[in-house]
Design a protein around this ligand. Sequence first.
Ligand code: NDP
Length: 295
Amino acid sequence: MSATIIDGKAYAAGLRTRIAEAVADMARQGATPGLAVVIVGEDPASQIYVKNKARQTVEVGMRSFEHVLPASTSEAELLGLVAQLNADPAVDGILVQLPLPKQIDAQKVIEAIDPAKDVDGFHPVNAGKLMTGVPGFVSCTPLGCLLLIQSVRKDIAGLDAVVIGRSNIVGKPMAQLLIGQSCTVTVAHSKTRDLPEVCRRADILVAAVGRPEMVRGDWVKPGAIVIDVGINRVPNLAAGEGKTRVVGDVAYAEAAERASAITPVPGGVGPMTIACLLRNTLQAACIRRGLPMPA
Ligand code: NDP
């Protein structure tokens, strides 16, 4: 069997085009949505993410407010900035890039963000809304995964889904979204017994682990939809000393022989995360202005 390759890059581009059209309509009415991104410190990966977020925010026509703070920033200073952004009418969405330096309690910062501007969906109010089936902001990466699953199969009710990983930002919200779609969901983690056997039951397999190519081809049920969230940098021996490449949590070539559809890494889930952040920001802007969310 040769799997359909789920092109997250193309899907995300289409999503951004639709967002840009809606933003243009709002801009004509003088109501351009705005996204504030806060980064503390000099983590190179975080800096790349923040640059990409800012660029794509501007590309869809939204206003981007970047706040770059030194690594020595205190918790009180960061909470002060969050309070200022909560009160700023030009700001519809607030994202504080994680991880934060040691002196700052990330949970405290997440809880300080106005849930109505929490476009990352990390605030306990939004996590609770997802859990109870009330509309709110859904964490961007799992939301992107669900859209990709539905791009190959609209109705997933009754399917067996296995999510590997139980983090608050990927695994748990992913499981909740799949429960919301009436899947029968198993959440696996580092203490799960016989993980390969658990995975073999999955019609939908989502890997969010952070271990390069851990999920082997023979863990995949023939015909399964495989979503690989992992981003792992490994040595690229073919390219030479010190070179690296990015691989997912799934051994792609092996898994693609059994899956009906699979996301590549890169080019699968990754591009969806920022697109969903922009979608959440549009949603926040529509709610704050009393406008319906465009389809
Ligand atoms: P975390 O480290 O927070 O969570 C990893 C999860 O995997 C934990 O629940 C852990 O279990 C579980 N796990 C670890 N080892 C094993 C194992 N051997 N067998 C089974 N389960 C295991 O990671 P995140 O959820 O933040 O991210 C997961 C991956 O997704 C990473 O590669 C990350 O880079 C990537 N990512 C990609 C994004 C994107 O935009 N594409 C966005 C966010 C993350 P336990 O709870 O028991 O420790």
